[in-house]
Design a protein around this ligand. Structure first.
Ligand code: SAM
Length: 291
């Protein structure tokens, strides 16, 4: 097999050879540290009967690691200038396909079906990627809300966003993103990665986070939409009480009396703020506030 490209010298060589220019607008920060790549691959839980879906392969550093472990890898890359480079760096990996597209516009279900036709059934389907940071949240929420059968997502993201995803009630990082991610999955940070592990170096620290997606959600809600509207409203103005935030929220049309009554059923004071409620309590509140 061709040598791994994931080190500073090989990365610089290939970038020079193809006269590649990094595009800021695509969030291009390539990994150059073999230990980090090993760690991402190991922590993702990827095995020989699995499909790996990678978002943004770049020059293929992580892709090579995934291809060595998985049954198949499908990688979606938006930047067409990277395609000739990937042709070279992935030439020896027959179980890998590259799709030139914007991941946010891809039909995930369809993509997985095509992989099944090509490679047969998979035991687990896992997303593993070093994400473009400008769209971390839309990518993650798109996958979670698509209700596609994905077993896990293991991604490098901004440390600050990872902290918000796994935050607990009452902490400063806790908010609508924590609740959305934790409704669909069990998130946990598996590594911290400093800027010097990338070319070019990002301005922020990074974390690798793994989200194990629930097959059966532990929290049930009668009305998902209403619950998420209440959550969004509840964190819209962090310094207000939940009663005021909800009563002032355009889309909801709830009177203060009704909200106070629902909170009392929950055993909560009318002075409580959104950040004090757990996911379970928001789900319960949505039920009490249902028409
Ligand atoms: N996986 C490589 C690595 O670890 O070295 C590159 C990671 S880099 C942080 C993010 C990659 O995502 C870039 O290659 C970028 O071109 C690509 N990208 C950016 N926006 C994208 C989108 N909407 N859809 C697919 N790929 C995208």
């Amino acid at each position: 097999k061709m040598t791994k490209i994931a080190n500073p010298a090989n990365t610089i060589d290939i970038i020079k050879k193809y006269d590649f220019n990094f595009q800021k607008k695509f969030g291009q920060n390539f990994l150059i540290d073999t230990h980090v790549l090993d760690k991402i691959c190991a922590e993702s839980g990827l095995k020989e009967n699995d499909l790996a879906i990678e978002i943004g392969p770049g020059i293929g550093a992580l892709t090579q690691y995934l291809a060595n472990v998985a049954k198949a890898v499908v990688a979606i890359e938006i930047d067409k200038n990277l395609l000739p480079i990937l042709d070279e760096t992935l030439a020896d990996y027959k179980n890998t396909s590259i799709i030139n597209a914007d991941f946010l516009k891809i039909d995930l279900e369809n993509l997985i079906d095509e992989c099944r036709q090509k490679y047969g059934e998979f035991e687990n389907i896992r997303i593993v990627a070093n994400l473009p940071y400008y769209i971390t949240t839309p990518i993650t929420m798109n996958v979670l809300e698509s209700h596609t059968h994905i077993d896990s997502i293991t991604v490098m993201i901004q440390k600050e966003v990872a902290d918000r995803m796994q935050a607990s009630p009452g902490t400063k990082d806790y908010g609508a993103l924590s609740l959305a991610v934790q409704y669909y999955s069990n998130p946990y940070v598996v590594a911290f990665v400093p800027p010097n592990c990338f070319i070019p170096r990002p301005k922020v620290g990074s974390s690798v986070i793994r989200l194990d997606i629930y097959k059966d959600k532990p929290i049930k809600t009668v009305d998902e939409n209403l619950m998420f509207q209440i959550i969004r409203a509840g964190f819209n103005q962090r310094r207000k009480t939940l009663v005021n935030s909800l009563a002032n929220f355009e889309g909801l049309k709830l009177s203060k009396e009704r909200i106070i009554h629902a909170l009392s059923l929950l055993g909560k004071s009318e002075k409580i703020r959104g950040e004090a409620l757990s996911l379970e309590e928001f789900a319960q509140l949505a039920e009490y506030l249902q028409e």
